[in-house]
Design a protein around this ligand. Structure first.
Ligand SMILES: Cc1cc2nc3c(=O)[nH]c(=O)nc-3n(C[C@H](O)[C@H](O)[C@H](O)COP(=O)(O)OP(=O)(O)OC[C@H]3O[C@@H](n4cnc5c(N)ncnc54)[C@H](O)[C@@H]3O)c2cc1C
Length: 652
């Protein structure tokens, strides 16, 4: 880059800027090419907010002191100050407090509460990231809502009554906390924290363009006293705008055509007390049993009301509103039937009448309405040795079912923080950037089968229940543990997991195909009021172990044990699928990688099978059978993660 005028650097000195040019390196910075001792971006296990004395000089004031042509320089420029950008900045500053970070965000703070963005439901890995890695536990516990897990309701006779619908969810809260986020409130808090930690937040400022350079990159600004800002590192967190992805042609199409619409209603929607609950439809005893089988509040869960090709979410927010969304496979639910509020409401009347009637009764409290078409997208590269990275939806995104968006942010930000800190401290991170890029994109590729082509299963109560059983156990036992234990960032450790890890990945892939084959031969009929309790012993145990703090050898053993447990689950699901069709198989005869349900059924004459067929729900006993078995299998109880009180169950 040439011909630029005088430049300043963003520094946290009394006047906000110290004016040191890029070539006048500060004393604390190693010279280019020098090697400083390795300094890992280790997560900090404490709650203390990174608050410094609140400054009375705003970023705009600081910038206003410079000539309009001055282009300040920072170590890291983050494009977009949404969830991914703000958390990335905070993580870098917690790992390396003297780093100069500038965030460019087009919106103005404070943001509105409730009606801001989607991405409101967290799961175990992202909750750990926000609580512990970013030190936000105090905010989460005092200003957000504790989540009562994910909860799913299958279809039942027109969905006029919630009580008889198949339910898959917690009967009581599990030890590892998760939260429902009011995104406006959360991003306001993050903005305060990044500023208190020393970042410069340029709000109301547009990123127009990016020019990549050898020594530093340039970000072209609009609505700013400066024409641009320069950074050694660039982090693109512009969300669906995907600035860098577009500029560099990195976008990859993903074969997953799913659309979403959502809105917020300014009051709580409580499905235990849908206003139209009709005593004539449900007998009082059944309703009492249904209410009693769950200890906590169902409304605090992320509730999913499922049907063929769609799910509807209900997410409560701490600000008092409820977020309502419809996510649907475009082939099964045409977008034009839901893409306006009136149409979405009419669609709900037809498919989820209880939600529709509840919402219709509060139309005056409607706060917003949004639509998003074909949101799945991939990317050919997210981390580059040329010191640019993509995080959040600016990188990859597949599907919101199971709320994985924030997990991907946590993972990308952790890779980015590690690269940035190492490089700024003098390490050559070229090869590491390539390895992290491959590892992150491989985790995305590995996750695709969980969602792709699976929307048809949502209308099949039995098969979808089995899917949730598998996906939940695999998430607790492997995917979340990979993040919380730090294993995902430790590539030699991942190598050391060896063949059992490769086999687990193949089984995890295979099971999704098996579920589709199962749905072809099983209509999914289950008894009214069936319940799969996701807090049964195996779930509980794996959930506790998400936060276990293990030395590498013990962690490797733990993963291997989880792979074995999950393989048993896969076998039991396959055995159960055959049993429902009247074919009894022995567990030892099933290899989940080669199991062929159709072939097994063809071995038994149809009339014989017909007599033995059952509607027994597969997936209920599965996790119960570990009762008492688990302690014998584990000589050593899981150690709680140092510095957290996350194994304690109490109120929010
Ligand atoms: C239907 C749906 C439901 C979802 N539900 C969940 C969920 O329950 N849980 C979950 O974890 N995830 C969920 N997600 C994913 C969730 O949206 C993401 O995890 C998260 O919001 C992405 O954050 P982000 O920072 O990448 O994007 P954003 O939060 O959108 O931030 C991008 C920021 O960049 C700024 N920006 C863009 N362009 C420019 C520019 N040129 N100049 C300056 N600033 C710019 C924007 O103003 C914005 O603030 C869902 C996604 C969808 C589509």
């Amino acid at each position: 880059m040439r011909g630029l005028g005088s430049r300043g650097r963003f520094r946290r000195s009394a006047d906000g800027l110290c004016g040191v040019g890029r070539r006048q390196r500060c004393a604390h910075r190693p010279q280019a090419g020098s090697r400083a001792p390795r300094r890992a971006a280790a997560p900090r296990n404490d709650d203390s907010p990174d608050r410094k004395a609140p400054g009375h000089v705003t970023e705009e004031h600081r910038l206003g002191r410079r000539a309009a042509t001055a282009e300040p320089t920072a170590d890291v420029v983050v494009l977009g100050g949404g969830l991914a950008g703000l958390t990335c900045a905070l993580q870098i500053l917690r790992a390396r407090p003297h780093t100069e970070v500038v965030i460019v965000e087009r919106a103005h703070f404070p943001l509105p509460e409730a009606a801001h963005k989607v991405g409101e439901s967290t799961v175990e890995a992202s909750a750990h990231y926000f609580e512990t890695v970013l030190g936000l536990r105090d905010h989460l516990k005092s200003a957000q809502l504790r989540k009562e897990g994910l909860r799913f309701f299958g279809p039942h006779e027109g969905n006029e009554d919630i009580v008889p619908r198949l339910e898959v969810g917690f009967s009581h809260a599990l030890p590892t906390w998760t939260y429902q986020l009011d995104r406006g409130r959360f991003e306001n808090e993050l903005a305060d924290r990044v500023r208190a930690a020393g970042a410069t937040l340029l709000q109301g400022t547009h990123v127009e363009d990016v020019e990549l350079g050898d020594e530093e990159h340039r970000v072209v600004l609009r609505d700013s006293p400066h024409t641009g800002v320069r950074g050694r590192w660039l982090v693109d967190a512009t969300g669906r705008r995907g600035l860098l992805k577009q500029k560099l042609g990195l976008r990859e199409t993903v074969d997953h055509d799913v659309n979403a619409v959502w809105f917020r209603i300014g009051r709580r929607i409580d499905l235990e007390h849908f206003p139209d609950a009709d005593p004539a439809r449900t007998d009082a005893e059944a309703r009492k049993t249904w209410l009693a089988r769950v200890e906590g509040n169902r409304w605090q869960s992320t509730n999913h009301l499922m049907g063929p090709g769609y799910w509807t979410w209900l997410i409560p927010l701490a600000s008092g509103s409820t977020s309502v969304g419809i996510v649907a496979d475009a082939r099964m639910v045409p977008f034009r039937t839901i893409n306006r509020f009136e149409r979405a409401l009419a669609w709900l009347h037809e498919h989820e009448p209880q939600v529709a009637r509840d919402v219709a009764g509060s139309r005056d409290l409607l706060q917003d309405f949004h639509v998003l078409r074909h949101f799945a997208h991939g990317c050919t590269r997210v981390f580059s040795a040329d010191r640019w990275c993509l995080t959040g939806e600016a990188g990859v995104f597949l599907d919101p079912l199971y709320s994985p968006g924030s997990d991907f942010i946590a993972s990308a930000n952790s890779y980015i923080t590690d690269l940035v800190v190492r490089e700024l401290d003098g390490e050559d991170v070229g090869r590491r950037a390539d390895s992290y890029d491959q590892a992150y994109l491989a985790s995305f590729e590995g996750a695709l089968p969980t969602w792709r082509q699976q929307y048809a299963l949502m209308g099949n109560a039995q098969v979808f229940a089995a899917k949730v059983v598998w996906d939940t156990l695999a998430y607790f036992g492997v995917n979340s543990l990979l993040f919380t234990s730090g294993a995902a960032l430790d590539l030699p450790f991942m190598e050391s997991l060896g063949e059992p890890w490769q086999r687990h990945r193949r089984v995890a892939h295979r099971i999704q195909g098996f579920l589709r084959e199962w749905a072809e031969v099983d209509e999914g009929v289950v008894d009214a009021m069936s319940f799969v309790d996701l807090s049964a012993p195996l779930y509980h145990r794996l959930n506790v172990e998400i936060l276990a703090a293990d030395a590498p050898d013990a962690l490797r053993d733990r993963f291997h044990e989880h792979f074995r447990a999950l393989e048993r689950v896969a076998v039991e699901l396959m055995r159960g699928a055959a049993l429902r069709q009247g074919v009894a198989l022995r567990a030892q005869d099933i290899d989940p990688l080669t199991f062929d349900l159709g072939a097994e059924l063809r071995k038994v004459p149809q009339d014989v099978r017909g007599e033995r067929r059952t509607t027994r729900l597969v997936g209920v006993e599965l996790a119960e059978e570990w009762h008492g078995d688990a302690p014998r299998a584990r000589a050593r109880p899981p150690a709680p993660c140092a510095g957290t009180d996350n194994n304690v169950i109490d109120g929010p």
